[in-house]
Write a protein that binds this ligand. Sequence first.
Ligand code: BGC
Length: 559
Amino acid sequence: MTELLTSTADAAAPPRIDADWWRQATVYQIYPRSFADANGDGIGDLPGITSRVDYLARLGVDAVWLSPFYPSALADGGYDVDDYRNVDPRLGTLADFDAMIAALHAAGIRLIVDIVPNHSSDRHEWFRQALASPKGSPERDRYVFRDGLGANGELPPADWTSMFGGPAWEPVGDGQWYLHLFAPEQPDFNWRNKEVREDFLTTLRFWSDRGVDGFRVDVAHALAKHLPEDLPSEAELQAMDRATGTHLLWDRDEVHDIYADWRAVFDEYDPPRIAVAEAWVNPPSRRARYASASGLGQAFNFDLLEADFDAAAFRGIIVDNLDQAAASGSSTTWVFSNHDVVRHATRYGLPPNGDRPRVHNRAWLLSGGAEPALDAAAGLRRARAATLLMLALPGSAYLYQGEELGLGEVAAIPAESRQDPTFFRSPGVDVGRDGCRVPIPWTAAGDSFGFGTADAHLPQPEWFGALSVEAQSEDPSSTLNLYREALALRHRLQTDESLTWADSAEEVLHFRRANGWEAVANFGTTAVPLPAGEVLLASGPIDAAALPPETTVWIKAGS
Ligand code: BGC
């Protein structure tokens, strides 16, 4: 297969030190508190990651995206940052960070860190100063403060709702209120404030100087806000057009002035640091602004993550995003799972019901996984097929820790163990995101399935053992080995960022890359003829002539 499939990189070669390394990279998201616990306190840590670099190298990822590891009270899983230029002492020290990045780089793996610029935590030094300072002070100007309504400011400035439920304005006791689009412990920064702008440039340089290769930018579309004297109501806000760059809170055009400054910092480095925007914008064409080379450079496309397992939906999304990427000069990103949504092996095993992926099949989550019945085998079969299709696409692929084990969502988490603020702020409506954040199983049995020596900070279910790294490592048909083989092949086969569609039945997607690497996915419920060519890899069992339902194969085109 090697001679026909003219590769741009050899699997054994060290990573190319080129500025375009990110364009078709496979990036593995680590949610650090749930990955590996080296010091036995029940919480994953940086030395835990360092101890698992061999695993990541064997898996074959090009880069790690590390979710927040900064000091935090964990009001929102670390997305409430106390200090942007330090490490949470429960996770380690700056020296541990340096050791981790050195080990990753030595293994040829790059590191992208999460940066959270829309809000700090309420324990951040600046927010403490804001609370201790009077109305109208420079300290308060770093955040979004407003006078309350009513004779003494006892009523909120507006009836806005936060993203996690409940009000978005919080009183501070002197007639003023502050804005928090997320939890009350996450006050929004005022990005019109020069010190805020400067401080984030300092933070970008701080981590870039320590060797990080890039940044994942949290809620990148919320930083620029325009709050008029008379605030609109929540209903009026909801009705405002989000497509024109003029909404008061989301995706305002001037947010890109901020990212132009960031780009100048990224370009101080060789190779330039990269960034990927988390920007839930609509219409999708607005992503191009975030993905532009004069801005962050790349933006998440969550379209496959939001789609059902359906050939027509997948095809439309693939065509659309490759077009968008070409138009913006960026490459697209593919993702099925992350720390905010129900894991895709579970989503695909539940009847679609129109719920968003974060609460996919809310009824199932609220019932603790009882109703409706989950078809776990079908979910995993579809997840494997979808992932193998995705990994053959041009663009970068983002994987979330544990998906390579075929892990499903943990629905049965007792209320007293839950941590996500959504659970507490939306009682009975939303159980939150803890179910995809349960520490991953390394061993089939034993203390916290090899995660650490103490009980894991979120309880792991019994069924995790059978899906552990240990249980799958030597099994050639395991999901873990499917990912390993797929990533090794992908590394070797990755070619230019184009594809050509082949004719296929309605339920089948079949495309070819420039070097003769083909992917054929059967989304249907009956077997279809297998196209000619040598089979390189399959997401499930196949026979010589037929491609079974809900299965993807990679083939080398017949001559
Ligand atoms: C992150 C979430 C977080 C939110 C607020 C996001 O989109 O991915 O996990 O809760 O931003 O920071």
